[in-house]
Write a protein that binds this ligand. Structure first.
Ligand SMILES: [Zn+2]
Length: 532
C-alpha cells in the first residue's frame, strides 16, 4: 500500500533477547504490519537496511528530561542514540502536580536540579503537563512518574516532619488523580528533601494508592553508600507492605569504602522475588554519578529550603558546623555518610551552573576550581549555594567497575540514562551516550553481554515494567517505534567532551515516522505522552 515503508534485508533483533534473524519488515499506519524473510514491494517505499540491525526503539527507563522535552521537542541527543521513549519524573522530581501555594516552591525545587525553571513550566496536574507537551509536539514518547516532592510540597511545603493523617489523605487524593489520568506511578527520592522527610506510614499509604491504580513505585533509595543494604531493605519493606511492584533506581554502591556491595544488594532483590515480590532496577553504564551541589549536604540541613540554608551559611557558627558535617562527617554513625568524606572534593566535578559569572568553573574539579578562586572547596560550594541558588550541577566519580558490571549485566537490570539535560553546560556524558555505550563499547569491545541481551535491557524489559504492552518488541501489531543501527554504533561523549552526539544510528522511527534519517534529526514530532 502507498504510504507504507518496507525495510529490507535487516538483521532483526526482536527485543526478547532471541538471536537476530534476517528479514524484511513492513510498517503500515504507525504499526509493524508484517515481518518475513522476504516481502514484495507492493507500492511501499523501500529502505535497504544493508544488513544493519533493526531493533525496537530504545526506552530510557530513567531520566530527567521533563523540562527539556518541553523546551527542545526534538531531543536530538536522545533521538540519535536510538531512543524513542523516555521515562521522566524520577527520584521524586516531576513538574506537577501543584496546588496554588506550592507552584512557586516546586518551581524552585525543580530549578535546583535542572537550572532555572519558569512559572509556566510547572503544572497543576499530569493532564496539564501532557497538554503542554502535546501542544508543542514531541519527537519522543514520554512516560511520566509523579514525583513525591511535588505531592509533599503541595501539602506540607518543606516541613521536616511526619505527615498527619489528613495530609496523607490529601497526598493520596492528589496522587490518585494523576494516576487515573495516565501517570505511570510514583517516584520517591529518599535522599532529596522533602521526599526524604517522609516516614514509613506515608510511603506505604502512597504505595497503596499506586497499587490501587495498578501502577509502579520507584525509588531513589535512602542510601547508595554504607547504608545501601538497609536502604534496599527499606524499599522492599514498603513494596511488601503495599504488595505492589517496584523499580529501584540506579542501583550502585558509592564511595571506595563501600565498593563491592552491589552483588549483596542484588541478592536482596533476588530473594525478595523468590518470595513473590515483583521488583527490578535500572542503572546507567558509567562509573560516575551526577546530581546537584545540595547533595553534598546532609538532608536535614535543607529543612526550610534554600532560604534556611542561606541563613545557616550567613551565621559563622552554623556555617562552621555545616563545614564539619560535610568534611568530617556526621557524629551519628547511623546518619547518611557525607559524600565528601567518602570520595573527596577532587572527585567532584562542576558540570553546570546557572549564574554566568560562575560558568568558568564548569568542567573543573572542586579542588582545582577552589584553588583558582583562592578559597577552600567548602567555601566554593557555599558560593554555588549563595550565588547560583544551589542550582549547580556536579559529577561525582564514585563507583567501582566491578559493581557497575554486576548491576548492568544482571537479568533484572534495565538501562536508564539518568540524564540531567542542561544545554550550554558540561553535563555527565550519559545524557549523550548511554544507549550507544551499551549497544557498542560495552557489548562489542568489553563483552559485557551479547547484542541481543543489550537490546533487551534497552527495550522489552522497560516496556514490560512500565506497562507499554504494544512497544519494546519488533513484532506484527506493535507500534512502529524502531531503530536501525550499525554494528559500529558508538558513544562519543566523554567526561571532558560530554556533548558529542553518538554515532552509528541510521534511522529512528516513532509510530512509523522518522525522527532520525541518515543519522540526523528530522524535526518531526510524532511522539506523545503514553499512559491511560
Ligand atoms: Zn536518582
Amino acid at each position: 500500500m502507498a504510504g507504507d515503508l518496507l525495510i529490507r534485508g535487516a538483521r532483526v533483533i526482536d527485543g526478547t533477547g532471541a538471536p537476530w534473524f534476517l528479514g524484511d519488515v513492513r510498517l503500515h499506519a504507525g504499526r509493524i504490519a508484517v515481518i518475513a524473510p522476504s516481502l514484495p514491494a507492493d507500492d511501499a517505499d523501500i529502505l535497504d537496511a544493508g544488513g544493519r540491525y533493526l531493533a525496537p526503539g530504545f526506552i530510557d527507563a530513567h531520566c530527567h528530561d521533563d523540562l527539556m522535552c518541553l523546551r527542545e521537542p526534538e531531543r536530538v541527543e536522545k533521538a540519535v542514540q536510538g531512543v524513542t521513549t523516555v521515562v521522566v519524573g524520577n527520584c521524586s522530581f516531576s513538574l506537577y502536580p501543584t496546588m496554588p501555594r506550592s507552584a512557586e516552591l516546586l518551581r524552585q525545587h525543580f530549578s535546583a536540579l535542572l537550572g532555572e525553571t519558569t512559572a509556566d513550566e510547572v503544572f497543576e496536574s499530569f493532564a496539564a503537563y501532557r497538554e503542554a507537551l502535546h501542544r508543542r509536539g514531541t519527537a519522543l514518547n514520554l512516560v511520566s512518574l509523579v514525583g513525591h516532592a511535588a505531592l509533599r510540597l503541595a501539602v506540607m511545603g518543606y516541613e521536616r516532619r511526619a505527615a498527619t493523617a489528613a495530609e496523607r489523605a490529601t497526598m493520596q487524593t492528589l496522587l490518585a488523580h494523576q494516576l487515573a489520568d495516565g501517570a505511570a506511578g510514583l517516584s520517591l527520592g529518599l535522599v532529596y528533601p522533602p521526599s526524604a522527610y517522609a516516614d514509613d506510614i506515608e510511603m506505604v499509604a502512597l504505595a497503596e494508592t499506586v497499587k490501587a491504580h495498578g501502577k509502579l513505585l520507584t525509588a531513589h533509595i535512602r542510601s547508595y553508600e554504607a547504608g545501601l543494604l538497609e536502604a534496599t531493605d527499606e524499599f522492599l519493606g514498603i513494596l511488601r507492605a503495599a504488595d505492589t511492584p517496584g523499580l529501584l533506581s540506579h542501583l550502585q554502591s558509592a564511595g571506595r569504602p563501600n565498593w563491592g556491595a552491589v552483588p549483596r544488594a542484588l541478592e536482596r532483590l533476588e530473594s525478595a522475588r523468590r518470595d513473590g515480590l515483583d521488583v527490578s532496577f535500572d542503572m546507567y553504564p558509567y562509573p560516575a554519578g551526577s546530581s546537584y551541589v545540595l547533595q553534598l549536604l546532609p538532608p536535614e540541613t535543607l529543612e526550610g529550603g534554600l532560604e534556611g540554608l542561606l541563613a545557616q551559611l550567613r551565621d559563622p557558627d552554623r556555617r562552621e558546623a555545616l563545614r564539619r558535617l560535610v568534611e568530617e562527617g556526621h557524629p551519628d554513625p547511623g546518619a547518611a555518610q557525607s559524600k565528601i568524606v567518602l570520595i573527596g572534593w577532587n572527585n567532584v566535578r562542576i558540570s553546570g551552573t546557572s549564574n554566568p559569572a560562575l560558568k568558568h568553573f564548569e568542567g573543573k574539579a572542586m579542588e582545582a576550581a577552589a584553588a583558582e578562586a583562592g578559597i577552600t572547596p567548602f567555601d566554593l560550594m557555599a558560593r554555588f549555594i549563595e550565588e547560583d541558588a544551589g542550582q549547580t550541577a556536579i559529577v561525582m566519580f564514585q563507583l567501582a567497575e566491578g559493581d557497575l558490571r554486576a548491576a548492568c549485566t544482571h537479568p533484572l537490570h534495565m538501562v536508564g540514562s539518568d540524564s540531567l539535560p542542561r544545554p550550554g553546560t558540561k553535563p555527565h556524558p550519559r545524557a549523550f551516550g548511554t544507549f550507544p555505550r551499551v549497544a557498542g563499547r560495552l557489548r562489542r569491545d568489553q563483552g559485557w553481554f551479547a547484542l541481543e541481551d543489550a537490546v533487551r535491557r534497552m527495550t522489552s524489559v522497560a516496556a514490560q515494567r512500565f506497562g507499554l504492552h504494544d512497544r519494546g518488541l519488533v513484532r506484527p501489531g506493535m507500534v512502529a517505534d524502531v531503530v536501525l543501527f550499525d554494528d559500529d554504533i558508538d558513544d562519543r561523549a566523554t567526561f571532558d567532551e560530554p556533548t558529542q552526539l553518538a554515532s552509528g544510528v541510521r534511522h529512528v522511527w516513532v509510530a512509523g515516522e522518522a525522527i532520525v534519517a541518515d543519522g540526523r534529526s528530522t524535526g518531526l514530532r510524532p511522539g506523545r505522552m503514553l499512559g491511560v
